[in-house]
Write a protein that binds this ligand. Structure first.
Ligand SMILES: CC(=O)SCCNC(=O)CCNC(=O)[C@H](O)C(C)(C)COP(=O)(O)OP(=O)(O)OC[C@H]1O[C@@H](n2cnc3c(N)ncnc32)[C@H](O)[C@@H]1OP(=O)(O)O
Ligand SMILES: O=C([O-])CC(=O)C(=O)O
Length: 378
């Protein structure tokens, strides 16, 4: 047994996975052998989820079946609708609301009583969870704004249907394709913290809903998925301040704050997803006459690269991309979850397939050999 301490489990290998690989020095990400650039350009979110869950890209017939089997699971029942409304009316944090909703979905899942490791049941549960998250999220967002939820449509793809339910308007091709690409880019990323959380939960033979609920909670933090919302809030603060980006960042660093959207545990160079999203953000800004968001971002990226050796991660450019798509800032992280749920489920399936309880140790540094003093003498 090694006594070497690896805080944050940095660099520790704890599993074998055939889902995604990150080359942190080359800035390369692959899902099951396909580069992220190839998938972003040539595959839809549904194709990528199929790839992650089944190991191969679907044929046209397989894709058509998969899409319709997901689309027909989009509705949420009256009880879940009521929960969504209660959470929205209570002004719950969106990620906390999503965590509660995912947990609640298990109460109505027809496979809830199946063996937690049964693959066929888990694929059905996975389709339901993946299909229902966008419906619940769009309803939550609309109710908070004083609008009524919009029922899902089965004839739209996953990305377009979400934007349709959010805005009560079918998105144009640019919005729909950009959003679909963002979902593809966020679908998997090795053993990131939320995925690890899902696998730890699954390793106890807890069920898929428990694993995804754990993962949503873990994704919410500002060092992980929560950073995309923080990035946009920072860019808005910069814009309001009237300062130039460089002095604004210098002030932030001088105050001891981190700059959200920069740094990564695995990448030593720019995250390849940030490269793709930067181009999307720039194109949206050019089309809408709002180039400032991309301009600010590029200036900050150049400064932090030169001065601190820090490069942007996926959250840095997803923020201005979503903003220019008119998406409310505080649902950026739930949107991350809407995509990453595909990866979480794939990793949980892998974990069940070759399970071993995940249970590391801590080096004990507390006191020893103490005895209890009677309560009246303390
Ligand atoms: C989808 C995702 O989860 S991507 C990550 C999203 N999170 C963020 O963007 C939040 C900001 N980033 C960070 O806090 C970090 O870079 C993390 C948490 C992502 C990675 O952290 P770690 O691998 O633990 O790196 P660590 O925290 O040790 O940082 C290494 C050094 O870089 C600095 N650093 C890292 N990120 C940043 C940042 N965003 N701003 C300023 N300095 C930073 C640290 O201060 C540290 O410097 P030091 O050695 O002088 O103390
Ligand atoms: O891999 C990580 O640690 C964080 C990340 O970029 C992701 O989850 O997409």
């Amino acid at each position: 047994m090694t006594e070497e301490l690896k805080k944050g489990l940095e660099g520790v290998l704890v599993a074998e996975s055939s889902l995604s690989f990150i080359d942190g020095d080359a800035g390369k990400l692959i899902y099951r052998g396909y580069t992220i650039d190839d998938l972003a350009r040539n595959a839809s979110f549904e194709e990528v989820v199929y790839l992650l869950w089944h190991g191969e890209l679907p044929s046209a017939a397989e894709l058509s079946d998969f899409k319709s089997s997901m689309a027909e699971e989009r509705h949420i029942n009256d009880d879940v609708q009521r929960l969504v409304r209660d959470l929205a009316e209570a002004d719950e944090e969106p990620m906390a609301a999503l965590r509660t909703i995912v947990s609640d979905l298990s109460a109505y899942d027809p496979d809830a009583d199946a063996d937690p490791t049964a693959e066929a049941a888990n694929l059905r549960k996975g389709r339901r969870i993946t299909a229902k998250i966008p419906t619940a999220l769009a309803a939550f967002s609309r109710i908070r704004d004083g609008d009524e939820p919009v029922d899902p449509r089965e004839d739209l793809d996953h990305a377009s249907n979400f934007l349709y339910m959010l805005n009560d308007e079918e998105p144009d091709d640019v919005l729909s394709e950009t959003f679909d690409m963002a979902l593809v880019l966020h679908a998997d990323h090795g053993l990131n913290a939320s995925t690890f959380s899902a696998t730890v939960t699954a390793s106890t033979l807890a069920d898929l809903h428990a694993a995804v609920t754990s993962a949503v909670g873990t994704l919410s933090g500002s060092l992980h998925g929560g950073a995309n919302q923080d990035v946009m809030e920072a860019l808005l603060e910069l814009d309001d301040s009237g300062k130039e980006p460089v002095p604004w960042v210098e002030d932030r660093l001088a105050a001891g704050d981190r700059v959200p959207g920069f740094g990564h545990r695995v990448y030593n160079v720019k995250d390849p997803r940030a490269r793709i999203l930067s181009a999307e953000s720039e194109a949206l800004g050019e089309a809408a006459g709002t180039p400032q968001w991309h301009d600010y971002s590029v200036t900050i990226e150049e400064y932090l690269g030169e001065e601190k050796g820090l490069a942007p991660n996926v959250d840095f450019y997803s923020a201005s991309t979503y903003y220019q798509m008119g998406i409310p800032v505080d649902i950026y992280t739930p949107i991350f979850a809407m995509s990453r749920v595909g990866g979480w489920i794939a990793h949980v399936l892998e974990q069940y397939d070759d399970n071993r309880l995940i249970r590391p140790r801590a080096r004990y540094v507390g006191s020893e050999d103490r005895t209890v003093t009677p309560i009246d003498d303390r």
